[in-house]
Design a protein around this ligand. Structure first.
Ligand code: PLP
Length: 272
C-alpha cells in the first residue's frame, strides 16, 4: 500500500510515517476493529454514507463504541485533501481504544491491465458465517484468513480466490463479491449466506436493472458458476472485474462485465 495521507480522530492530518496506535489497542492485539475500503473518484468517496453505515453496523456487532459518521466524514475529507490526488483508495478504521483513522493510498496500478486480461480464480474452502459469533456481514480487521486465501491463489498461479462452503455453495472472494451471467440473468450469492453486503454489489444490482438484466440472489453450487456464460467480481477498489478462468478451466467473456464497469464509472464520476 503506497500511503499518501493519514488523518487521526482528534488530531487531524499527521505524517504518514508517525505511529498512531496504542500498544494495547485490541485492533492490534485481537484483530478486533471495524474498517471500510472506499474508492475515491474526483476527490469524493463513492457512496461514503453507505460505507459509514456499514462501519457503524460492523462496530456494533463487535462491541465497539458507536461510530460518529459525521466525524468520520470530516476525517475522510481531511485525509483526501492532504493526499492531493483525485483518484485514490480511502480506508477508514474504528478501533476499541477508541481511535478513528482515515488512510489514503494510491490506486493499485495493475487493475486496468487485469480488467483487460480478466482474472483467473481458484475456489477455496471458506467459512460460511452461519452463526452470529462468526460475524456474518461484518467487516473487521481479522482479515488474515482472507489475505492467506489471496496468497494461496497466487501460489497456485491464479489472481484471486472465490470461497465456497463445505457443500460447494459459492460465497464470495476474500475482498470481492462474485457474479455470473446466464442469458439476461445475473446471479450472485444471497446475503443470507453470511457474506459481506458489498457497497459495489448494491450499486451493481441497481445498475443491472437499468441495463435490463434480471438479478437473482440465491444459494448456488460452484458447478453453476463454472457453467456460466461470463463471470465477474465486484469491489470498491477493483470495481467490476471480469473472470476468465475458474479452477484452471476457461470461462467465457461477455458484455455484462464491461457494461456494468462503464455504468459504475458513469455513476461514480460526478461532472465537474
Ligand atoms: C469479504 C468481502 N466481500 C466483498 C467485498 C466487496 O465489498 P465492497 O463492494 O463494499 O468493496 C469486500 C470488500 O473489501 C470484502 O472484504
Amino acid at each position: 500500500m503506497s500511503l499518501l495521507a493519514v488523518a487521526v480522530g482528534g488530531r487531524g492530518v499527521v505524517d504518514p510515517t508517525e505511529p498512531v496506535l496504542r500498544a494495547d489497542d485490541e485492533a492490534l492485539l485481537r484483530g478486533r476493529a471495524a474498517f471500510e475500503t472506499v474508492r475515491v473518484y474526483g476527490g469524493e468517496g463513492f457512496r461514503l454514507s453507505e460505507h459509514l453505515a456499514r462501519l457503524g453496523q460492523s462496530a456494533e456487532r463487535i462491541g465497539l463504541p458507536t461510530v460518529n459518521a459525521l466525524a468520520f466524514e470530516e476525517l475522510a475529507a481531511q485525509a483526501i485533501e492532504a493526499a492531493g490526488v483525485p483518484d485514490a483508495v480511502l480506508r477508514l478504521y474504528w478501533t476499541p481504544t477508541p481511535l478513528a483513522l482515515a488512510l489514503v493510498s494510491a490506486l493499485p496500478d495493475h487493475h486496468d491491465e487485469l480488467r483487460e486480461r480478466g482474472q483467473r480464480l481458484i475456489s477455496l474452502r471458506g467459512v460460511r458465517a452461519d452463526a452470529p459469533w462468526l460475524l456474518p456481514g461484518v467487516k473487521s480487521t481479522s482479515y488474515a484468513v482472507n489475505m492467506a486465501a489471496e496468497a494461496e491463489a497466487r501460489r497456485r498461479g491464479a489472481d484471486d480466490a472465490v470461497f465456497v462452503d463445505s457443500q460447494d455453495v459459492v460465497l464470495e472472494g476474500p475482498t470481492t463479491n462474485i457474479w455470473w451471467r446466464r442469458g439476461r440473468t445475473l446471479l450472485t450469492p444471497s446475503l443470507e449466506l453470511g457474506i459481506l453486503a458489498g457497497v459495489t454489489r448494491a450499486a451493481v444490482i441497481e445498475l443491472a436493472q437499468v441495463l435490463e438484466y434480471e438479478v437473482v440472489e440465491g444459494t448456488f453450487a460452484l458447478a453453476e458458476l463454472a457453467a456460466a456464460e461470463e463471470a465477474f467480481t465486484s469491489s470498491s477498489v477493483r470495481e467490476v472485474m471480469p473472470v476468465v478462468e475458474l479452477d484452471e478451466a476457461p470461462l467465457g467473456r461477455g458484455p455484462a462485465a464491461d457494461e456494468l464497469q462503464a455504468a459504475l464509472r458513469r455513476a461514480a464520476i460526478v461532472p465537474a
